[in-house]
Structure formats: C-alpha cells, structure tokens
Design a protein around this ligand. Structure first.
Ligand SMILES: Cc1cc2nc3c(=O)[nH]c(=O)nc-3n(C[C@H](O)[C@H](O)[C@H](O)COP(=O)(O)O)c2cc1C
Length: 362
C-alpha cells in the first residue's frame, strides 16, 4: 500500500469508529456473567487493592487503554492525550500499529509519548505479517524508538481479508512469533483485533512459549465492519456476511486463562462491571479502545480521564460488593453463567457450572 494510502486508512479508521456504525451486532457475552452480591462484605473500601502485574510491570489498576493509532497529526494528539491519562491513572497504554513508522519514518513522532508519559506501561504494536518481513533487530529498533515496555504483535486475518488491498497470505505467523520470542528482549503480547483467540489457538500459543495475550474478542468494534464500510463490490459482500465473525470476548478470555496465559480482555467492554466480569473469568487486565476514542472526541482528554476514573471506581465498587480485596479474588467468588455463554463453554470443554467455573490460571 502507498504511503498516502496508509495515512488515509488510519484517518478513515478513527472517523468510522468515532462516528460510524461499526460495532458488532452481537455481544461479547460478558453480560452472561452474573456476579453474586455480598450484602456482608466486611471490608473497608480503602482496603481494596487494585494493583496488578502485567507483562512483568506493575499497574495501579488492571486496565489498559488499548492500541488504536499513530501516523497522522490527529493520531499524535490522541496518543499523547490518552498516554497522559494512562500515566496519571497508572494503567497501561497501547500504541496503534507502527507499520506507518516503517513506511514513513518521518511519522515516528506521532507514536512518541514518553515526553508526557515517562512511567506509563507502554505497549508497542506491529502486525505479525509486517513483523515477519523484518529482522528482529529492526523490530527492536521500532520498540526502542518509542521506549516500549512490551510489544503487541497483532493478528487480524479477518480484517485483512475484507480490507481492499489487505494481506492474503497468512503463512509463517507462528515462525515469526517464535523468532521474536527468541530474539527480542521485550515481552511479547499476542493480540487479536476483534475476532478473538479461540481456546485451541490459545493452547498453540502457550506451547510456543508465549505467556501474555490480548484476546481482542468479538462483541465490540468490528474490524471486519470497519473495512466493510470502506470496501466495494464483492469485498463488501464478504464483509457484510462476516461482520459478526469471531470468538466472543468472554469465551476467549476463559479459553486463554485456562491455557495458562496471562490474559488481557478487550473487545466490547463498556463499563466497569464488564471489566469486573472479565477479571472474574480469569483476565489479568481489561482494555477498552472505542469508548475512550469517543469520549476524547466528545470532550477531549478530560472526558477520557473521567471515563477511565469511572471505570476504575466501578471495579473497586464491584470488588467491595463481592467481598474481594484483590482483583484475582473475583475468580473464586460465586457467579452464575447464563446461556449462551454457558453453551459455548460447555461445548468447548470449558464448562462447569456456576461457581465451579474457576480458570486454572498460571
Ligand atoms: C480506532 C481503533 C484503531 C485500532 N487500531 C489497532 C491497531 O492498530 N492495532 C491493534 O492491535 N489493535 C487495534 N485496535 C483494536 C483495539 O486495540 C482493541 O483490541 C479493540 O478495539 C477493543 O475493543 P473495543 O474497541 O470494543 O473496546 C483498534 C481499535 C480502534 C477502536
């Protein structure tokens, strides 16, 4: 794709997610997780400790502002504003795909946030296809340039198949991940971007020695949907048919946690209760993208900061109301799993009912 093409695509993406109708038409299935109210929690809200460890780094709350963008002036503003919000709240911040940096090195500054967020846990981002075309040393350089703490390697075959001019050859991804695992000093986070990681893929990644994943599950922003809006002709028809393709976020979280992976839940989380539900299913942390983009569009950095603050305080409230001092205790509290999530889990061999569904985490 031409340099201008990438820039235009990035601008289209932000506009379509902020203003267009590109959400999944079905749910993340997180609403099927009913946490049990504890009317006698016997704890002081101030005792609740939300700190957690992700990819070897400490977060003040189990949240991630998921990677979205870079490469344009508008993207640079968003990255800096949201990185500062993440820094102040002590949560992780993800950059969007750094492919733009590869094609047009002069756009590197649009990914640089360390001047405003020196301590934020910063996640670099590159597609597995692009990473496969680079020497490990070049990937290292991309990460070093932004001062990253970990590298998200994203998988997005669904989106690519619908994207005009997208990748069509998905061979060699496991080899690329193995090469990065061996050669890169930074932790690697394997990340889907909206179609989710199945329990079987989770096991393959675990076997490869990958330790952290972001499920990028179905139920939030549909990247097939985004590309369908940009596509024409046959490509558009394929996109319409596959709009809702993917593994729902809740299913993906259970599969990844059961595989022993440190799991970030993204894809359709819309409030602090969804975050708590994902933690209860075994996620180490949870991430949001589109809601923060929209808050920023409507009210700038203060609105994004307010949304993140509400998310964190809602998680704290849910911990109190379930009698938990720490986020990981949520996995051991009674809960009810409603259909259709219950059916998905049972048929995938991830079942057990109600409170017995406890992921065998790492
Ligand atoms: C505008 C936008 C751009 C995104 N760009 C990327 C990207 O470049 N790389 C990536 O790994 N994920 C990307 N994502 C996916 C998110 O990181 C995340 O996995 C997912 O969108 C979270 O779901 P949500 O938007 O429903 O909260 C993007 C998401 C949005 C909304």
């Amino acid at each position: 794709m031409s340099d201008r093409g990438i820039e235009q695509r990035k601008a289209d993406h932000l506009a379509l997610v902020a203003d267009g109708d590109v959400a999944f038409r079905r749910s993340s299935l997180l609403s099927c997780v009913e946490l049990m109210h504890d009317a006698l929690p016997e704890l002081d809200t101030r005792e609740v400790d939300l700190t957690t460890e992700l990819a070897g780094k400490r977060l003040r709350a189990p949240l991630v502002i998921a990677g979205m963008t870079g490469g344009t002036d508008e993207a640079a503003r968003l990255n800096k504003d949201l990185a500062l919000v993440a820094q102040n709240a002590g949560v992780a911040f993800g950059l969007g795909s750094q492919r733009a940096m590869l094609v047009r090195p002069e756009t590197a500054w649009t990914f640089e946030v360390r001047d405003v967020a020196p301590d934020v846990v910063l996640l670099a981002n590159l597609g597995v296809v692009q990473a496969g075309q680079l020497a490990v040393a070049e990937v290292r350089k991309l990460c070093a340039r932004v001062g990253a703490d970990a590298l998200c390697v994203h998988l997005n075959p669904g989106m690519e198949l619908v994207q005009p001019g997208g990748d069509r050859d998905f061979r060699g991804a496991l080899g690329t991940l193995a090469r990065l695992r061996d050669g890169l000093e930074l932790p690697i986070i394997v990340k889907e971007t909206g179609c989710g990681l199945s329990p079987e893929v989770a096991l393959r990644l675990r076997k490869l020695g990958i330790t952290t994943v972001d499920v990028g599950g179905a139920g939030g922003t549909s990247w097939v949907g985004v590309e369908t809006r940009r596509a024409e002709g046959a490509q558009r028809g394929i996109g319409e048919a596959l709009w809702d393709w993917g593994v729902p976020t809740a299913v993906s979280v259970v599969g990844c946690a059961r595989a022993g992976l440190e799991t970030i839940a993204t894809g359709g989380l819309r409030d602090g209760l969804d975050v708590a539900r994902a933690l209860a299913l075994g996620a180490r942390a949870a991430g949001l993208a589109a809601p923060l983009l929209k808050a920023h569009r409507d009210g700038g950095a203060p609105a994004a900061e307010a949304l993140l603050g509400t998310l964190i305080e809602t998680v704290r409230s849910v911990l109190v109301l379930t009698g938990c001092r720490r986020p990981e205790e949520l996995t051991r509290r009674p809960r009810v799993i409603l259909p259709p999530l219950r059916d998905w889990l049972e048929q995938l061999g991830l079942g057990g009912s109600g409170g017995k569904l406890v992921p065998d985490g790492p």
